[in-house]
Design a binder for this molecule. Sequence first.
Ligand SMILES: *[C@@H]1O[C@H](CO)[C@@H](O)[C@H](O)[C@H]1NC(C)=O
Ligand SMILES: *[C@@H]1O[C@H](CO)[C@@H](O)[C@H](O)[C@H]1NC(C)=O
Ligand SMILES: *[C@@H]1O[C@H](CO)[C@@H](O)[C@H](O)[C@H]1NC(C)=O
Ligand SMILES: *[C@@H]1O[C@H](CO)[C@@H](O)[C@H](O)[C@H]1NC(C)=O
Ligand SMILES: *[C@@H]1O[C@H](CO)[C@@H](O)[C@H](O)[C@H]1NC(C)=O
Length: 385
Amino acid sequence: MQKGWSVVSLILSCCMLLYLVLWSNLSERFLRRKSVTNLDFQPTTSPYKTEKPLYTEQEAVITPIPILYKDNFTQLPVWDFEDFYLRDHQTRNPICPKSLHNNNDPEFKEAVLPDIRLWFYNGNLNISEWNRLAHFNNPFGFMEYKYNEIKEVVELIPKPKSPILLPVPKDSPDGCIRCAVVGTGGILNNSRLGKEIDSHDYVFRMNGAITQGFEEDVGNRTSVYKLCSVHQQGIKYVMIPEGMRDFEWLQGLLQGKESIGAFKGVRPLSYFNGHFNESRFYVLHPDFLRYVRNRFMPSKQLQSKYWAIYRPTNGAFALFLALHVCDIVDAYGFITEDHLKYSNYYYEKLEKTKVIFYINHDYNLEIKTWKKLHQAGIIKLFQGH
Ligand SMILES: *[C@@H]1O[C@H](CO)[C@@H](O)[C@H](O)[C@H]1NC(C)=O
Ligand SMILES: *[C@@H]1O[C@H](CO)[C@@H](O)[C@H](O)[C@H]1NC(C)=O
Ligand SMILES: *[C@@H]1O[C@H](CO)[C@@H](O)[C@H](O)[C@H]1NC(C)=O
Ligand SMILES: *[C@@H]1O[C@H](CO)[C@@H](O)[C@H](O)[C@H]1NC(C)=O
Ligand SMILES: *[C@@H]1O[C@H](CO)[C@@H](O)[C@H](O)[C@H]1NC(C)=O
């Protein structure tokens, strides 16, 4: 049995109350086998079917394609543009000598796209773009969604002032951006890593993680936050909209109104206690999420009929985001091989809760991936004292 240290139930519990927590040259087609198969990051077998898009390139710019249904696929459909991702032209050129952008691990180098598009914002969705993304299940795209409903919300999302989330700190002696990504694993209990975590230039946290009362173990600084409300000045918020209700919530937030649909009557803005600031709010692009899934975390579950419910954990997305915007990444509270020794979350007050295996995540794959990234010198993973 497994633990869900970064999990759906948590997202759901915070999200029930509120819910918060992320081209165009169709001709530029990659054959996914060619680009990814020889990576060890792959499942052991990958007999994916390659599917053709359901429209001609001319039709693609005029009308949204007919809705595709997840139920119609018995495993992940792999389109011939599956492994095509938007890129950003303005990317960072790290001067940091230890930057993982200069990492020479052959597998990582082959999988990573340093200029992958991270953010999703107004102007990003037109019909041809929709027709590409409507082939992928949410949050990796918009399969089963309606163009007009999503388009309306996307138009409200502010464009980030810079494509890059984090500036190099002024006092950085070597031009390096050092980041701590803090998961919620019980391994942090009594770790006394608070000072070490806080000494990073930026600290990423997620999923309603509480720091109050646990500062000695997990620190008290937060610079980048995934999901749910935390009220601290200067924090940047990163959202992964999952499901129509997240888009409804987002719409309420960005219009400063009550949400419609699942969050009817909820005013998302009120969760920010007056600290909401659009220029610190980011939404991850479906291409980035799909890139993380396809290239780094392709669970075997994608080849089963449960393919559509699989997604990497929020911790995984946060870690890969950090890998793309920082030079040096230290991961704390992420799942390790000996996770059964610890409680699910560092902030559990009661005795250890039973570990739960959530079918929408692949914890064994995450355990292996974090360990591998650590061994390759790409991250430093805290594995206990
Ligand atoms: C595809 O799935 C939809 C929704 O579940 C269903 O109504 C439809 O009959 C399916 N089509 C085929 C060809 O199986
Ligand atoms: C649609 O959007 C994409 C991505 O932003 C852009 O590259 C493309 O030119 C747009 N296509 C049309 C027909 O406007
Ligand atoms: C965080 O902890 C440090 C000392 O460990 C303290 O000086 C600082 O005020 C704390 N900050 C917050 C926001 O609590
Ligand atoms: C919002 O954040 C930006 C960037 O951090 C800052 O320049 C601006 O003053 C903030 N606006 C408000 C109203 O706090
Ligand atoms: C943290 O460790 C203490 C002492 O070892 C223990 O009493 C407590 O139950 C642990 N808390 C969690 C959430 O594991």
